[in-house]
Ligand binder design. Structure first.
Ligand code: NB4
Ligand code: NI
Length: 188
């Protein structure tokens, strides 16, 4: 299972690389990697597992964060949350997006960043995405709210982009035109 010691941190060159597309059918190694990423997110929302393994909670994680520059990430919002979404995205793409943007009023955090970086992170409010699941079946979905923001955070990792790259350095909490604020505790 993925533990905090396996998660690379800010400054590690892999976090600034463009990750490689993954070939299908998946190798056993890539299938295990995808399953381990989803399992980390599920474990990180389980009080017992958090306690036992000192896990930092997350709703998503990307393969480069475990030093695997491959275009794979996982997202998990458990059934109790109003999002109720759990997915593995392989070779993901944003095929279209709204002009309207959104941002978390709490700002964002990252499992690979051991410091708070205050400020609004502008994201697209609604996105249509395409990706492949672990069986190599392509799927298309529309996302909005926190799942849309989380998908963009993870996709950025596949392109070597960190959330704080989007924060206005002069005024981190500057008004973002035509953007909808999302009030969610970042749980960090
Ligand atoms: C990715 C997120 C940062 C902003 C918003 C949030 C948490 C992360 C980073 C968008 C994507 C990880 C991956 C949370 C969290 C709310 C839901 C359900 C019950 C606890 C959980 C806490 F933990 N971000 N952490 N950061 N990243 N919400 N929640 N809660 O997930 O670095 O690249 O369990
Ligand atoms: Ni992150």
């Amino acid at each position: 299972m993925i533990l905090m010691k396996d998660i690379i941190r800010e400054g590690h060159p892999t976090l600034r690389m463009r990750s490689e597309e993954v070939a299908f059918p998946l190798s056993d190694e890539d299938r295990k990697l995808a399953e381990d990423l989803l399992m980390y997110v599920k474990n990180s929302q389980d009080e017992e597992m958090i306690e036992k393994y000192d896990l930092r909670p997350g709703v998503g994680i990307a393969a480069p964060q475990v030093n695997q520059p491959k275009r794979i990430f996982a997202l998990h919002f458990d059934e109790s949350s109003d999002e109720n979404l759990s997915l593995i995205a392989i070779n993901p793409k944003i095929v279209s997006h709204s002009v309207e943007r959104s941002y978390l009023t709490s700002g964002e955090g990252c499992l690979s960043v051991d410091r708070a970086v205050p400020g609004y992170v502008p994201r697209y409010a609604r996105i249509t995405v395409k990706a492949f699941d672990i069986e190599g079946k392509e799927y298309k979905m529309r996302l909005k709210g926190l799942p849309a923001i989380a998908f963009q955070h993870e996709l950025d990792h596949l392109n070597g982009i960190m959330f704080f790259d989007h924060i206005n350095p002069k005024n981190p909490f500057a008004e973002i035109p035509n953007a909808t604020p999302i009030d969610r505790s970042s749980g960090d």
